[in-house]
Design a protein around this ligand. Structure first.
Ligand SMILES: [Zn+2]
Ligand SMILES: [Zn+2]
Length: 283
């Protein structure tokens, strides 16, 4: 059975609404994965607001919702206070994310709703909310098989390979991952192994190669680096994700062209697309 993947937010760092970002979108990271029965939401950037409204139109399935966070940077968490199922009595929202070295995941999430920054305290939510910290390794989450791997990014950050329960991974979601740093730390081969057998890879591709030199240590990759890891792992399709807020639609067209040139240079088959909000994929 194939998985249905919907892109609700494709932008990194900060929302970028406006006429120059209409085609690829301005909402920050949020992707949903559905097997037809259950929906798993990856990240809670500002795209999660519309994702939640869409789920609610589906009826009772919105009463049990699972959100799997890559990490807790704002662009992956900022939409959570506006996630409609949180305000519905009888709903149960489960939030999972990487184990935090400092404050707990639950306290970071509650901080998003502290009185100084948000009018509704977490304690006043109508839904039941469960927060669970997870580590790298294998997990069963909301009826999906999940494998988690630590990413090269400031702070605790996980990437996920997702498949139907008991089945092989079909989708990999690795955003906020500095592949250049993984070469220096010897972790590149681990990423290639992790991705092998995956149909579709959604990967951080924030920069052009020419921008990389000034961004070392920022925790992101170039489109060409994402192409290289996808080719080495033999995935079928690469989705360039986590767009830089300074890149408008025309700039992202050029980023896709640079990625395609990189594929030709390395040789090999790979379907490359650039993440556009409101796109649905099947894998
Ligand atoms: Zn990010
Ligand atoms: Zn981040």
């Amino acid at each position: 059975m194939s998985l249905t993947v919907q892109l609700w937010g494709t932008r990194g760092s900060i929302p970028t609404p406006g006429p120059d970002t209409i085609r690829y979108g301005g909402n920050t990271a949020c992707v949903s994965v559905s097997d037809g029965d259950t929906t798993l939401i990856l990240d809670a950037g500002t795209g999660i607001r519309r994702c939640g409204r869409h789920l609610e139109r589906g009826g009772p399935s919105a009463q049990r919702v699972t959100v799997l966070l890559s990490h807790t940077h704002w662009d992956h968490l900022q939409g959570l206070p506006f996630f409609p199922p949180l305000y519905r009595a009888g709903s149960h929202v489960t939030i999972l994310g990487p184990r935090q070295p400092g404050p707990s995941l639950e306290s970071v999430i509650h901080g998003q709703m502290a009185p100084a920054v948000f009018p509704v305290p977490a304690a006043a939510l109508a839904s039941r909310v469960t927060v669970t910290e997870i580590d790298a390794g294998d997990h069963e989450v909301a009826g999906f098989s999940i494998r988690a791997i630590g990413l090269c990014h400031p702070g605790a950050t996980l990437g996920y390979a997702i498949g139907p329960a008991g089945g092989a991974a079909r989708l990999a979601y690795l955003t906020d991952n500095e592949l250049g740093a993984s070469i220096g730390s010897g972790r590149w081969p681990a990423f290639v192994r992790f991705l092998q057998g995956t149909d579709t890879l959604v990967h951080d591709a924030m920069y052009f190669d020419a921008e990389l030199a000034g961004r070392v240590g920022w925790g992101h990759s170039s489109a060409s680096e994402a192409v290289q890891v996808a080719l080495e792992a033999g995935v079928r399709r690469l989705v360039l994700f986590h767009h830089d807020p300074s890149h408008d639609d025309e700039t992202l067209d050029r980023l896709l062209e640079e990625a395609e040139r990189s594929r030709v240079r390395h040789g090999g088959a790979l379907d490359i697309t650039i993440a556009a909000e409101d796109t649905t994929l099947h894998c």
